[in-house]
Design a protein around this ligand. Structure first.
Ligand code: MG
Length: 378
């Protein structure tokens, strides 16, 4: 089997209701899907996280000439070919997101070729469904956040989520009020995480952490800049809340200092950016050396969701115990017409749990007709 063609689709969907977080406002969603076709008639799909046009150019102009004629089953060899070819000017960012999408597509092909759902190739799973946490509570216009946050909190609990993650980054006082409000609505049994998207310096992040420790926060995500490992450690020493981070990080080389120095308690590689399935597995193995939990960041369409789900399902329980902490995978609840609109069979969410797809490959089927609706540059 060899690769015959590679296509990149830049997709975009305008939102009915823009929403913001601590860094910018989303008025549309976009993503890049990559299709890899083979001489055996097997097609694989991957997805990249980041700005779609540069990623698509990296896939089609830079990497594709290296790949046509190669066997997509050689996932490890191809990953290193692409990484070695781009390391002089890549290592992180757009080029790694492009490698990620290609790698996910190769694994999709490999699992389809084997006739197995991807998670079985990655080591198998102990369960048929994984608990998700609802990511939401973005900042919107038109009504007080107290109203929209309370409504969202009620909705997620009613839907059966056992954990929710809310945005912070509006200043310590405002954040503390909203965290208290959400905790009040969800009750004591639903886990609550907060995400600052690196809005704060260590002093402010510490002040916020201390103000909300009483609300039993499961983790505080990206309290400070992703570049500031010492800042993470400073916050960690001063508050009694576990820290999470890593969605802006790439490859085992990028994650290594975060893990070795235990700057995070939960590492959050995004498979659509960090280097794909191949590199996600290495990051997870590295995290296991340092007793750091891994919980993937997920912000894309059903392709990215499926890749994260298979990867996560195949991770062993850690630490080893009869009654491990329930592992959580991110389930974005914000408006995104691309999320399920491009596949015929989205992943099934039941009572806050994602059911593992059981068909070969990623287990989701892209509809190319549906893709046409979202093409930003047809
Ligand atoms: Mg985040």
């Amino acid at each position: 089997m060899h690769i015959t063609s590679i296509r990149a689709f830049t997709l975009r969907a305008e939102l009915k209701r823009p929403f913001s977080f601590s860094q910018w406002t989303f008025s549309r969603r976009e993503t890049t899907l990559v299709s890899v076709e083979t001489s055996a008639g097997i097609q694989g799909w991957g997805e990249a996280y980041g700005p779609s046009r540069p990623i698509a150019a990296a896939v089609t102009d830079f990497f594709t000439p290296l790949l046509c004629g190669r066997d997509p089953l050689d996932t490890e060899a191809l990953w290193h070919l692409l990484y070695a070819r781009s390391i002089d000017y890549g290592q992180k960012g757009t080029l790694l997101a492009a490698i990620s999408a290609l790698d996910i597509a190769f694994w999709d092909i490999k699992a389809r070729f084997a006739g197995l759902p991807l998670y079985r190739l990655l080591g198998g799973a102990e369960t048929e469904a994984l608990p998700c946490y609802a990511t939401g509570f973005y900042f919107t216009e038109g009504e007080p956040l107290e109203h929209s946050f309370a409504r969202e909190a009620e909705t997620y609990v009613r839907q059966g989520f056992s954990a929710v993650k809310m945005k912070v980054g509006l200043g310590v006082e405002r954040d503390a009020v909203l965290v208290g409000l959400v905790r009040g609505v969800i009750g004591k049994r639903v886990r609550l995480m907060i995400d600052a998207n690196h809005a704060y310096d260590p002093v402010t992040a510490t002040a916020l952490g201390r103000r909300i420790e009483q609300h039993d926060i499961h983790w505080f995500e990206e309290p400070v800049s992703p570049l500031d490992v010492d800042g993470y450690l400073e916050v960690k020493r001063r508050i009694a809340i576990p820290l999470a981070g890593g969605e802006c990080e790439y490859t085992r080389f990028g994650f290594e200092p975060l893990l070795r120095r235990r700057a995070v308690d939960y590492a959050q590689p995004d498979l659509c950016a960090c280097g794909g399935v191949s590199e996600g597995m290495k990051i997870a193995t590295l995290a296991s050396l340092y007793n750091v939990h891994v919980t993937p960041h997920v912000w894309g369409s059903s392709i990215g969701q499926a890749a994260a789900l298979h990867f996560y399902a195949a991770r062993p329980r850690q630490p080893f115990t009869l009654t491990p902490e329930e592992r959580l995978i991110e389930c974005d609840q914000t408006e995104n017409p691309l999320r399920t609109g491009i596949v015929r069979n989205p992943i099934i969410l039941e009572h806050g749990r994602w059911r593992l797809p059981q068909t070969p490959g990623l287990g989701v089927e892209v509809s190319e007709e549906a893709l046409q609706r979202f093409l930003s540059f047809p």
